[in-house]
Design a protein around this ligand. Structure first.
Ligand code: ZN
Length: 302
């Protein structure tokens, strides 16, 4: 069995994954619980602690460790992750100190999630497809003729940083008007909390109940409508360029599908911005939700 690790914007998930993509053991750790100085140090420490316990106390045998991390990843190093504040984080080297015989591969988290959806999930029946992860930021990947498109220079497909608003909100990457400043779930949640006067520290489940209970109020309706319009601008841009058969939505958006999905599909299907209006791509929801990154990172060895 292989180890799959997903480093998200808010938590680290470590999973033991079998050859059919089932997570047979899972441990999670929230990054906000960090007590050491740097996020990089915390992430490496937590991963090593979990894996050491699994190996020594539970006698779990593994030789391959796949890691999905947000941002730019090159040669198994996180070059930069704007949302976690990571720079030149040599994560493979750090883990290797404790597991010298293990093979370790690191890739962008959205690419890992996309691999899982393509092999076993919502994208398995399609050749040309897009995976769009709406979470803390926005990440993604694209497949053409069934293969992940992998440019030479870097992983690319930074859908979250395409500009959708001239002189728009400042993004963590330094640009203004990036897609993720309007279409990420983090932004949706922070805008709705601010407009409804909700405490910032409220958890996701509570926030969803408040939204559901107030779904007919103007503030909720208007915020959802505005959010959907922005998500659609990005979607239509992607579709006009890549013309996929299907777009799979993952990340935290999955938990809001009863609130947001139908409205998004309606807006998208009726969008006047689609260049090719026949045979409009389908929108589907990620099969593995937040587990996709863990499962997909084990596919980096295939
Ligand atoms: Zn940006």
């Amino acid at each position: 069995m292989r180890i799959g690790i997903d480093i998200g914007g808010s938590h680290i998930g470590v999973g033991l994954v079998d050859s059919n993509g089932n997570i047979v053991k899972l441990q999670e750790k929230y990054i906000k619980e960090k007590k050491v100085n740097s996020t990089a140090e915390f992430i490496a420490q937590e991963i090593v602690t979990i894996l050491t316990t699994w190996k020594n106390e539970e006698k779990i045998v593994f030789s391959k460790i796949g890691i999905g991390a947000p941002g730019i990843v090159r040669n198994n190093e996180v070059i930069s992750s704007v949302n976690l504040g990571l720079n030149n984080f040599k994560i493979e080297e750090e883990i290797k100190k404790y597991f010298p015989t293990a093979q370790i591969k690191v890739a962008n988290d959205a690419k890992c999630a996309a691999l899982a959806e393509k092999r076993w999930g919502s994208l398995k029946e399609y050749e040309d497809c897009i995976f769009l992860c709406l979470g803390t930021g926005i990440g993604g990947a694209a497949f053409y003729n069934g293969r992940l498109i992998k440019p030479e220079r870097c992983a690319g497909f930074e859908f979250g940083h395409m500009i959708i608003e001239k002189n728009g909100r400042l993004c963590n990457c330094g640009s203004n008007g990036c897609y993720e400043q309007y279409g990420s779930m983090r932004k949706f949640k922070s805008v709705i909390k601010e407009r409804m006067g909700i405490d910032k520290s409220i958890d996701g489940g509570e926030l969803r109940s408040i939204i559901r209970n107030n779904i007919d109020t103007d503030v909720v309706k208007n915020t959802i409508e505005e959010y959907i319009k922005y998500v659609c601008i990005g979607l239509t841009n992607l579709v006009n360029i890549l013309e996929p058969q299907v777009i799979c939505l993952g990340g935290g958006f999955v938990k809001y599908k009863d609130i947001l999905l139908n409205k998004l599909v309606n807006e998208f299907r009726n969008s006047k911005n689609l260049f090719y209006k026949e045979n409009i791509p389908e929108i589907v929801i990620a099969n593995f939700g937040n587990d996709a990154g863990i499962i997909g990172s084990t596919l980096l060895f295939d």
